[in-house]
Design a protein around this ligand. Structure first.
Ligand code: MG
Length: 127
């Protein structure tokens, strides 16, 4: 397995946050779990990350707002971002891609699919 990548996981639902953390940790990633977009941004700004898995609907700063903020920062503009949502609305998916998200996964998801999608995104940052 390659060296551990750090994945910022932002989700206000503690159950999903825990599931994603367990699945990604089990797949060999280091996970930095936070409970909303604002906390996510503070963690990124202070410590950085290699990739991000962001829930769409969160208090204070949602996943779309955080995605936009990440893309506007030179440090993170190329960071792979996977958005999570409980709804499969085309408008939401388009909005996510418009703001710079790389991929989109609808809850509930198969754990294997989450890991598979993240590995695809990870290839982009492997040299
Ligand atoms: Mg949420």
């Amino acid at each position: 397995m390659s060296e551990s990548r750090i994945v910022l996981v932002a989700d206000d639902d503690p159950n999903f946050r825990e599931i994603v953390t367990e699945v990604l940790t089990g797949a060999g990633y280091k996970v930095d779990p936070v409970s909303d977009g604002q906390e996510g941004w503070e963690h990124l700004d202070a410590r950085g990350a290699d990739m991000a898995v962001l829930d769409l609907n969160m208090p204070r700063m949602d996943g779309l707002q955080l995605t936009k903020k990440i893309r506007q920062d030179a440090r993170f503009k190329d960071m792979p971002i996977l958005l999570l949502t409980i709804r499969a609305l085309v408008e939401e998916q388009v909005a996510g891609y418009d703001r710079g998200a790389d991929d989109y996964l609808t809850k509930p998801f198969e754990n294997k699919m989450l890991v598979a999608r993240l590995k695809v995104l990870e290839r982009r940052i492997l040299k």
